[in-house]
Design a protein. Structure first.
Length: 261
């Protein structure tokens, strides 16, 4: 399984995220919707009736969500949709499978980095173990905290090798940088794991090889920023941020259609 297999393919899914997840009326969702209740915009063919206008219609949260391919995996394993039979098992499996696929995304990225070849055997072992878990008849029985802990240890070692020794100024793990003015700042190889970068001004910032796993980039301004080689950046994080044609992204990620330029 490579990262191409870990991208959402809505055409091969039974619209699971449109049913399984809860919507709360807010800036992200125009309506309240309980888990297990189909979104009123979901059509009979499991496609979204307002896909091209989601943001304009008040469903920004839908444009940010990424299942890492978990939806189509569950749909394929199930064979029949929730419209043809009870779907509760599929709905309960979605958040678990999504987290397992997210771990596979990080492991696949680490395995693409030749500079950490010494870790590749351990990374492959972890990848194969997690991939095997995704094929279990009932993924809800998986001990997720244990799996995340094991994988996280490998990802920390990966980050340390890729980024190298950095000054204390660049060690910003979990930092509160909400609304921070970081325009043009050198954050090359910085540790920004779990940092709160909500609405931060990161225009033209150097984020090459920065570790961004779990960083909150909602409404962060990435216009002109360089994220070449950024570690563990996901499509969901990119979708939640703002950028433009000058923003440099890792090749595995897609420039969101709502970005300017």
């Amino acid at each position: 399984m490579n990262r191409a297999d870990l991208r959402a393919d809505c055409g091969s899914c039974f619209g699971l995220c449109c049913v399984a997840l809860t919507f709360s009326r807010s800036a992200d969702f125009a309506i309240d919707k309980d888990a297990g209740e189909p979104c009123p915009n979901l059509k009979d063919d499991f496609r979204c009736g307002i896909h091209a206008e989601l943001r304009a219609e008040g469903f920004q949260g839908c444009t940010v969500y990424d299942c890492f391919g978990a939806g189509q995996k569950i749909s394929k394993l199930a064979g029949t949709s929730w419209r043809e039979g009870p779907g509760q098992k599929m709905f309960e499996a979605l958040p678990i499978m999504r987290q397992l696929h997210e771990l596979l995304w990080y492991l696949a990225e680490a395995l693409e980095r030749p500079e950490i070849e010494e870790l590749h055997p351990d990374l492959r072992t972890a990848r194969d173990r997690v991939e095997k878990l995704t094929r279990m008849p009932d993924v809800t029985t998986v001990d997720l905290p244990a799996e995340r802990g094991t994988v996280n240890d490998l990802l920390l070692r990966t980050s340390a090798l890729v980024r190298g020794k950095q000054s204390k100024k660049k060690e910003r793990r979990g930092a509160d940088l909400v609304g921070a003015r970081l325009r043009g700042v050198d954050l090359n190889s910085a540790d920004l794991r779990g940092a709160y970068l909500i609405a931060a001004d990161l225009r033209n910032a150097d984020l090459r090889k920065a570790d961004l796993i779990g960083a909150d980039l909602r409404d962060a301004n990435l216009e002109g920023a360089d994220l070449t080689g950024a570690l563990f950046l996901t499509q969901s994080q990119v979708n939640a941020a703002r950028g433009d044609v000058a923003t440099k992204l890792p090749p595995a990620l897609i420039r969101p259609s709502h970005w300017t330029g």
